[in-house]
Design a protein around this ligand. Sequence first.
Ligand code: CTP
Length: 448
Amino acid sequence: MNQPGRLTGRLVALGITGSIAAFKAVDLLRLFRAEGADVVVLMTPSATRFVAPLTLAALSRRPVDADVLDLLPDGRIGHVITADAADVVVVAPATAHWLGAMAHGLAADVVTATCLATSAPVVVGPAMDGEMYAHPATQANVRILREEFGYRIVEPETGGLASGQVGVGRLAALERIVDAAIDAIGVRPIRKPDPADRPPRLPDGDDAARDADDLVGRHVVVTAGGTAEPIDPVRYIGNRSTGAMGIAVCEAARDRGARVTLIVGTASVALPQGMAIVRVETATQMRDALLEQLASGFDALIMSAAVADFRPAAPSVLKLPRTPAGLSLELVANPDILAEIGRRVRGIGEDGAPVPPALTPAPVLVGFAAETGSIVRAAAKLATKRVDFVVANDVAETGSGFGTPTNRVTILAADGTEDALPILPKREVAERILDRVGAALAGRDASE
Ligand code: CTP
């Protein structure tokens, strides 16, 4: 289901001012992109001291406008182009200083100048210390913005503040800001659909533009890590998966504009930001979590988790004591989750009879095949699991597999082609996998 985002085709001008909460603007930008928006970032000079413009340029794929006196390379005035083309201007976080400057029309920075020059709706998310927000000066400025200018103020929330105090001043939940922007646009037509009328994009080949944005508006589900199958309340059967490969896929998909859901079992690397995360322990829980995702819909599944093939038949409720005679465990097979998803997606019932497919159009399915010695068995997994791609790697090879920063994989496709990649950093492997997923999704849409 390639559900268009709620902001598909819209241009969001994201104004960032010099608050400690400026780092949250990175996730806010991602949320806008995941809704399908084209984003241009405007920053006050002090905001650039809190968050690097390069990060925002790479994620928005447009140069950041941070200098009110700067002209675009073609001589146009950046903030005027943005003001004319933006479907909404979102200022978040907005500092007390910025609220004051805006209330009085002091256009010394691009964010204020753009707001003055635009007829688009403006949404403001203030963020500051509680005492500052409560001050009559700030409150008067907020009132001017709301009542005289018609701006939507997404009120800050109560919580721990950077000062160490607790009060009203924490930037509102990012989802609230996105919802307010969508609400503010309402049913207005897209103002400038022609890219030529919008602020420029980064030139192709520019390092900051390297990540493609081919997954904007897509929902990508990724499983990562191992599963832990309980023997008793303290012991489990696990495996050596660190989750690094799957998490690299998540981050790459997120940076290419996808809405990402990560289903993660045991993992020893830091979990990523900017996506929904579902934590599971056992293969059964991972299956349940995936079936839930299948019910709500996704465009691609990248099944990089190392799912335990067996689990103890009868995990003990009490901790098993050590006995000199040793311990025999009876293991039963876990469900093959990917094979089940593949079957349901292709419209095949448990007994092999045709049933309505679980999702239309079919999502792109990617499995992994961890092999030792050779990858010949991987091709068979394409057919048995009914997936579009199998990423095969020899986990016994140096520089490939568990616990290494690199991986050497071969991507096998259902059309019989094989792409043997050299040893690459896991992030680069992730990009190569997503290149295939993005192309398959584009092909799927074209043939609909
Ligand atoms: N997989 C799964 N459910 C399982 C086992 C594996 O969904 N119970 C998925 C893995 O996440 C991976 C793919 O299937 O994407 C292949 O896993 P692998 O262990 O290599 O294949 P198996 O089918 O388990 O075959 P074998 O263990 O015989 O190699």
